[in-house]
Design a protein. Structure first.
Length: 365
């Protein structure tokens, strides 16, 4: 691997520093342009000790996990074990019973057009008032996916199955985790590790088997839209509350490798990738409207269309973007999230992140 041009690296280093100056304790990233690679880090991993972040740290990557789940499901489609337009009730009638199970398809779960509500406000009731008690009460709780799914299925539907815009819901991906287990006879986490993560050569990626991250990592500071002040560390957390939807741990290097291989047709077939890139409008949890496919979505820049995903869990934000031709990649991780109060004017962090993303996606070697 070769370094990027010196002036580009300087701009990227400056953009990372800008994110920290705006208020994020620590941020690290990797940019790839063909054979050229830049890795950088700025700030601290621990506010108490002042230990620095570094680019090789592990990170809870949140909903980036959904792309891995989607790839695993598409590989089952390729083997003829499931159809994208098969009703989920044909396979999991006990979880989505009756007419709903006959109307909601696997594709609708993957692209968030099922109409199934998000279970999080029911599993974490204090979130309805943006209060942090539920985050602390559930720190070490072991949830069962089927109980969380029942909360989402039992809640009022957000829309009719298949209608757009879709509404982003983790209930969809917990159901896909149960579907993978039904099809393969093993847990979704083990199957994804064996069928996607291992063959892709991702040595720093996996699902946790406990509440701690064993490898070097940052602490994770949650602000909950300004309701936790100062932000609180949630790096030790039982991820059973969202495991198949957002539980994965990875590195910025592995994320670039994964999305590069995915868009090159090395993880799923080109026809499966085409299905993954068929987008519909989906309303995200933060109110944005996404051009969402099957477990990934696109962002358009002056340098072309990029595909990927972002994700948050308590205290961590991660993003990963790869240009459609695979020629430019950017993954970044940071240890503070939900820094702005609802309805507040844009925070300096928002502007600093926009600058970093522009430099990473549109800068020239």
């Amino acid at each position: 691997m070769k370094p990027l041009a010196k002036d580009v690296e300087t701009q990227l280093d400056s953009a990372l520093d800008g994110v920290c100056r705006a208020g994020v304790p620590g941020v690290f990233a990797e940019v790839r342009q063909g054979e050229q690679v830049w890795r950088g880090a700025s700030g601290v991993a621990d506010l108490e000790t002042g230990s620095p972040v570094h680019p090789g740290m592990r990170q809870r990557v949140g909903s980036i996990t959904k792309t891995f789940v989607s790839a695993a499901v598409l590989r089952q489609v390729e083997k003829g074990r499931i159809r994208l337009d098969a009703p989920i009730g044909d396979h999991l009638p006990q979880l989505v019973p009756g007419e709903r199970g006959r109307k909601i398809t696997v594709r609708m779960l993957l692209n968030h057009t099922s109409g199934l509500a998000e279970y999080l406000p029911y599993a974490f009731p204090s979130l309805k008032e943006l209060a942090p008690e539920s985050l602390d009460d559930n720190r070490l709780r072991e949830f069962r996916s089927v109980e969380l799914i029942a909360l989402g299925v039992g809640a009022p539907a957000t829309s009719e199955p298949g209608s757009t815009p879709g509404v982003y819901s983790n209930t969809n991906y917990l159901l896909l985790g149960e579907l993978l287990e039904h099809l393969t006879g093993t847990t979704a986490e083990k199957h994804i590790a064996d069928d996607v993560i291992g063959p892709a050569g991702l040595t720093g990626t996996g699902f946790p088997d406990g509440p701690q991250i064993e490898e070097p990592h940052s602490r994770m500071y949650e602000a909950l839209f300004g309701r936790i002040d100062p932000p609180r560390d949630y790096s030790v957390y039982n991820m059973s509350w969202v495991m198949p939807g957002a539980g994965l741990i990875s590195t910025v290097e592995d994320l670039n490798r994964f999305y590069g291989k995915l868009l090159a047709g090395e993880i799923v077939t080109p026809s499966s990738l085409e299905q993954m890139q068929r987008t519909v409008p989906v309303i995200a949890q933060d109110g944005r409207t996404l051009d969402y496919g099957l477990g990934l979505y696109k962002t358009e820049t002056p340098e072309g269309v990029f595909w990927g995903h972002d994700g948050t869990v308590w205290g961590a934000l991660t993003m990963s973007w790869t240009r459609a031709d695979g020629g430019r990649q950017f993954s970044a991780a940071m240890n503070l999230v939900r820094w702005s109060k609802p309805g507040a004017v844009p925070h300096p962090i928002d502007d600093a992140l926009a600058t970093l993303k522009h430099e990473a996606l549109c800068g020239h070697p």
